[in-house]
Design a binder for this molecule. Structure first.
Ligand code: HEC
Ligand code: HEC
Length: 477
């Protein structure tokens, strides 16, 4: 008897008046890697990793993020055909091939099959047939996945959290309907992860099946820090850095993990405890990540500091004159009619700004370069900082590569002045973000460049591309 017919029976037993309830159950699809999908009106949408519930509509399927609200949903183009599998609940799966094709398939109990075709990266580069997976194969995969889930585990995950070396703050994960979501840094690549486990909690039970700290065998294993308690992450054993009992008698396991930037998730974790012939085991638990922006929390306060933005705002002759006259008086800056007092003119500025290390580099950008970012939010400043840049002739230059960006942040005299010096020609010390602490600045900015300068986004689940599809989709007739 197949797993699904079991399910059919179970379902029929426990809920007598099923018939129309089942059609309303929504299928959930897990999307493990960001994928692009067209909408019926021809937009290109990126669906971020996570679990989504699916409803069919006239022109496609609508995805509802598991942790989102009704309004945070997206309709993607999908085409209906038929299938002959007998199922009592809708089933949805995402499939992929190595060429970058993606497809979300939905099988409904009424014999309808819907496919939404997408791609891994930006659309156009793909060639070949769109991916088609036979319905029987979908059923097979679905059954294997669910057989695994149907085994009742002894442990269930009670909590998950992460702490990074340089901050004391711990970020806690949140349990969703079918998966977990953990705030994970988009830049820092290693951290300390804590998982606590409790006895399995059956639905509608008043308490978990057992309390780990009350089980003698477990007490001994924890006391002696013995072998036999293994935590695996994506199937690989992770050495425990801490093992103890925690709140409410849960079993606490802590591991130090590398390669944990937000892009490397979801990951699956599992704990197995063996003692002689006895084993206690959890299911494989999938954890999706929610990005914590390193730029926003660590770098934005520096990039948006007055020492950077004041100079970046001096894009015209008038602005240069106004700023100086306001600060030091007209007598000391009598250049209203001097054309030399303009942006991109270090020779003039040097007559006053002549600290030796400034080396002909003290000048302000032209307003056409569009790097006056005073008052803009983190997302927009981050975009400007990461380029592409506009040079003084108004030409767009390609974004800096890693090496040149590092060089800019480490060696550019204007940046060094603004970060850690702040001394003016009149001998005044203006306040700076990291006074005389250049090495701390490098420690802050280097990991971000290393990570590929990730910027914050305000998209939690769906991201609209700024360009439209070259080959436009139209709604079916
Ligand atoms: C004295 C004026 C001045 C100060 C202070 C200054 N900048 Fe700039 N910045 C410029 C100029 C001028 C350019 C354009 C360089 C060019 O056109 O070659 C620029 C360009 C940039 C760019 C674009 C990359 C490039 O070189 O074109 C970034 C990013 C940047 N600045 C960041 C900062 C940050 C961050 C700070 C503060 C820590 C800062 N700047 C302080 C004048 C300044
Ligand atoms: C006549 C001397 C003189 C010249 C020429 C001069 N500056 Fe200044 N500049 C000063 C003084 C003095 C200050 C310090 C103002 C204060 O004490 O607040 C200053 C401050 C600044 C600051 C720091 C503002 C801040 O709050 O971070 C910038 C940027 C700046 N000048 C840019 C320029 C540029 C660009 C030029 C060339 C177009 C230039 N200056 C030419 C005298 C001069």
């Amino acid at each position: 008897m197949s797993f699904l017919s079991c399910l059919t029976l179970l379902h029929a037993c426990s809920t007598p008046q099923t018939t129309n309830i089942v059609e309303q159950v929504l299928a959930t699809v897990e999307i493990d890697e960001a994928a692009h999908f067209p909408t019926p009106s021809g937009e290109d949408i990126t669906v971020m990793p996570g679990a989504y519930q699916i409803k069919t509509e006239q022109y496609g399927i609508r995805l509802f993020a598991e942790e989102g609200t009704e309004s945070e949903s997206m309709l993607i183009e999908a085409k209906p055909t038929n299938h002959t599998e007998s199922i009592i609940q809708p089933i949805a799966l995402m499939s992929s091939d190595k060429k970058g094709h993606r497809v979300v398939t939905l099988l409904r109990p009424n014999g309808e099959r819907w496919d939404a075709w997408g791609t891994q990266g930006a659309e156009s580069s793909l060639t070949g047939q769109p991916l088609h997976i036979p319905s029987a194969q979908i059923m097979q995969r679905f059954n294997t996945i669910n057989l695994d889930k149907a085994i009742i585990p002894q442990f269930s995950l009670a909590s998950v959290s992460v702490k990074y070396d340089d901050t004391k703050k711990s970020h806690k994960g949140e349990k969703l309907k079918t998966t977990w979501r953990l705030p994970v840094n988009d830049t820092l690549d290693s951290g300390s992860f804590t998982f606590t486990w409790r006895g399995y909690w059956e639905k509608s039970a008043f308490q978990p099946s057992f309390i780990p700290s009350k089980v003698v065998d477990l007490q001994n294993l924890v006391k002696k820090k013995q072998c036999c308690i293994t935590l695996t992450v994506d199937g690989k054993e992770a050495p425990l850095t801490r093992l103890s009992f925690s709140k409410h008698g849960t079993l606490l396991t802590r591991v130090q993990l590398d390669n944990v930037r937000v892009k490397t998730w979801p990951k699956t974790v599992k704990v197995v405890v063996t003692k002689g012939k006895k084993t206690w085991e959890s299911a494989s638990i999938k954890i999706y990540a929610k990005a914590i922006s390193y730029y926003e929390s660590v770098l934005h306060p520096i990039f948006s500091h007055d020492r950077c933005t004041t100079c970046h705002a001096l894009g015209t002759h008038d602005k240069i004159v106004d700023m100086h006259q306001y600060r030091i008086g007209i007598e000391k800056f009598p250049y209203e009619f001097d054309e030399e007092a303009r942006p991109q003119n270090p020779t003039f500025c040097e007559t006053c700004h002549k600290a030796p290390y400034l080396k002909n580099a003290w000048f302000s950008p032209l307003s056409v370069q569009e790097i006056d970012w005073k008052g803009l939010d983190a997302i927009r400043v981050c975009r400007k900082v990461t380029g592409p840049f506009i040079n003084k002739d108004g030409e767009v230059e390609p974004p800096f590569d890693r090496k040149r960006l590092t060089q800019h942040f480490h060696e550019n005299p204007r940046i060094i002045w603004a970060i850690s010096d702040g001394l003016t020609p009149s001998g005044k010390d203006l306040n700076v973000p990291l006074s005389k602490k250049l090495s701390l600045w490098f420690r802050k900015v280097d990991p971000w460049v290393e990570a590929g300068t990730p910027c914050p986004t305000n998209t939690k689940f769906f991201q609209r591309q700024r360009h439209t599809l070259t080959e436009k989709f139209f709604p079916r007739q």
